[in-house]
Design a protein around this ligand. Structure first.
Ligand code: PMP
Length: 424
């Protein structure tokens, strides 16, 4: 069956035909593709069309699709049981590994998604500080938990308004929303509400308004202000963890948050999230402490072995330098193509993640990201898809490279992108 026919059936039985909204291609138009299989840097739809994949499942697949040693580990584990509901050997191995690799983590709790990680981290921060307000930044996404799915009003520091139906205003009002990269807004918010702020949660490099790079001063101010007022600093490293380096953004910037949220690469493509931090904070969690959080499938052995293998491969090959070089070749090539065609653009890139914005102004926060021509992005996305290049179906997301992407993939991709852009 063809993509469109199958998607019609999908629409009948799942809202929007999807299990997660952005997969419906609403932001870019056109019919979504339905995936059959993937290997390395390539992914195939049900019609047999092959794509070079720069979506990479939204970030987890730093080793590419179906990496042999990850697949082998998962298959072997599957024969020994899919879930035990009791502590297993692999949890112990992965928790040790995470504590060794991530500078701020002494103890870690495994959950099943990034959303669960951030949600639980917020509960923990509120319990630890005995305070109610949380601070987040406009354009950062931390999963779909009520308190975090809020947007800012107009103005510098605003109490959140529900980002979706179904979140009570009273809940959203406990979230203070500030512009990303605004050190001044952070200082003002702490001057005004500092005694009641439990925590600041931030993507240390933003990926969910497209890639936006933090000013070092901004990150430093978050660290200083939270410490000064006795609030906790939560780094949401669901994307950046093991993506920027083995120790994540906190290692790159040399700043230790109080709590770190992980996901994506940690599970190597299996469902997995985690939150971790200092011993005294983490010991607040049940059964050691009074903060309840639990999960039937938490610490699932399949996710554990996929995570362990992924991290082992990264430790063994330390691919970060070559991934960054390859990414630079791709972004420079795209920049050249767009410049030649006279298309205004900005490309924000860090390590092996980047976003192409269609604007002639620098993108430093959500306001400037929103200046990007999203109509143009939609045409760009569809032209790329027609050429066999898969990128995230939204302007406000990151492209990812994996160790399965070779120079040849980049050469072919640039050729195809050139053709696609010529057809716009
Ligand atoms: N935090 C960040 C920074 C994310 O990018 C995401 C998902 N894209 C989440 C949290 C939520 O993770 P999940 O989708 O696994 O719930």
């Amino acid at each position: 069956m063809r993509n469109a026919e199958l998607f019609e059936i999908a629409r009948r039985y799942m809202p929007g035909g999807v299990s997660s909204p952005v997969r419906a291609f609403k932001a870019v138009g056109g019919s979504p593709i339905v995936i059959e299989r993937a290997k390395g840097s390539r992914i195939w739809d049900v019609e047999g069309n092959e794509y070079i994949d720069f979506l990479c499942s939204w970030g987890p697949l730093i080793l590419g699709h179906a990496h042999p040693s990850v697949v082998e580990a998962v298959c072997e584990q599957a024969t020994k049981g899919l879930s035990y509901g009791l502590t297993n050997l692999h949890e112990i191995t992965l928790s040790q590994k995470v504590a060794q690799l991530v500078p701020s983590i002494e103890k870690v709790r495994f959950v099943s998604s990034g959303t669960e990680a951030t949600m639980s981290a917020i509960r923990l921060a509120r319990a630890y500080t005995k305070r109610k307000y949380i601070v987040k930044f406009d354009g950062c996404y931390h999963g779909h938990y009520d308190s975090l799915l809020v947007s800012g009003g107009s103005g510098v520091a605003t109490f959140g308004i529900p980002g979706t139906e179904g979140v009570p205003e009273k809940m959203a009002e406990l979230t203070i929303v500030l512009p990303y990269n605004s050190t001044q807004a952070v200082k003002e918010a702490f001057e005004k509400y500092g005694q009641d702020i439990a925590c600041v949660i931030v993507e240390p490099v933003a990926g969910n308004m497209g890639v936006v790079i933090p000013d070092y001063e901004f990150l430093k101010a978050l660290s200083e202000e939270t410490r000064k007022y006795g609030a906790l600093l939560i780094y949401d490293e669901v994307i950046t963890g093991f993506r920027l380096s083995l120790g994540g953004a906190q290692e790159v910037f040399g700043i230790k948050p109080d709590i770190t949220c992980l996901g994506k690469i940690l599970g190597g493509g299996m469902p997995l999230g985690a939150y971790g931090g200092r011993q005294d904070i983490m010991s607040m969690i049940a059964p050691e402490g009074p903060v309840y959080q639990a999960g039937t499938l938490s610490g699932n052995p399949l996710s554990m072995v996929a995570g362990i293998k992924t991290l082992e491969e990264l430790e063994k090959s330390n691919p970060y330098h070559s991934l960054e070089n390859l990414t630079r070749k791709l972004t420079e090539g795209i920049g050249e193509i767009l410049r030649e065609k006279g298309i205004p653009h900005r490309i924000n890139a860090v390590a092996s993640m980047f976003t192409v914005f269609f604007t002639d102004g620098d993108v430093t926060d959500f306001q400037t990201a929103k200046k990007s021509d999203t109509q143009m992005f939609g045409r760009f996305f569809r032209a790329l898809l027609d050429q066999g290049i898969l990128i995230p179906p939204s302007q406000f997301e990151a492209w990812f490279l994996s160790t399965a992407h070779a120079q040849e993939d980049i050469d072919i991709a640039l050729e195809k992108i050139n053709k696609a852009v010529s057809s716009l």
